[in-house]
Design a protein. Structure first.
Length: 213
């Protein structure tokens, strides 16, 4: 089985993490570094994907960062587990990659007692009528970056300041609201294990790069 290193990087500003990803993408594409899964948190920020409305993000009153990932507006902040898999997309199938990210979170949530699934035509993960995870990726030189954001125990009021992914803010929920108590760092190892099952990797714990601290 292929091996993949994963690391918990702690809390990193969004733009710093994006720059870190870009550098790793270029290194992986050039054969100078191995693929990796980074798990982390961000400080408060509304991110504007390729389909997002920057004016709406600015009107939220929260910090704003524009990004090259797919999708519209979403929020990142403390209490949310963000995952950035930087992988070679050998089959060039972005759709499959998105479905695999969804499946990773569905399997993790099942271990926490939450029955999660998909909604037709909407990328992400849902528990009943509530959206618990958002997914948006980018691909450069057939290496993936960006990834998923799972609401574990964040302050959900931030989502009410805009329309996340164009949806009614009230559809957004967290594991805490659904009765599961944990935190992003505590959930990281189980999410990494689910990722390995879905993507076919043997997961090993890596040492966070100094640049990511």
């Amino acid at each position: 089985m292929r091996a993949l290193s994963w690391s918990w990087l702690g809390r990193i500003p969004y733009d710093a993490a994006r720059n870190l990803q870009r550098a790793r993408v270029d290194a992986v594409a050039a054969g100078q570094a191995e693929p990796v899964l980074w798990l982390l948190e961000h400080p408060d920020v509304v991110t504007v994907g390729r389909g997002g409305d920057r004016a709406e993000a600015v009107a939220s009153g929260l910090p704003v960062s524009e990004t090259e990932r797919g999708g519209g507006l979403t929020w990142h902040g403390p209490g949310q587990l963000v995952g950035y898999p930087i992988l070679r997309l050998d089959d060039h199938d972005v759709h499959r990659h998105l479905r695999n990210l969804e499946e990773t979170l569905i399997r993790f949530l099942a271990t926490s007692g939450l029955e999660a699934g998909r909604r037709g035509g909407l990328t992400g993960v849902w528990v009943g009528e509530k959206k618990i995870a958002s997914i948006g990726v980018a691909v450069r030189r057939w290496v993936t970056y960006h990834g998923f954001a799972l609401n574990i125990a964040p302050d959900m009021r931030a989502f009410r300041r805009f329309h996340p992914c164009g949806l009614d803010p009230e559809v957004m929920a967290s594991m805490e609201e659904l009765g599961v108590k944990t935190d992003p760092e505590g959930a990281a190892a189980a999410v990494a294990a689910a990722f390995g099952e879905v993507f076919g990797f043997g997961m090993r714990t890596g040492v966070p790069e100094e640049a990511a601290r």
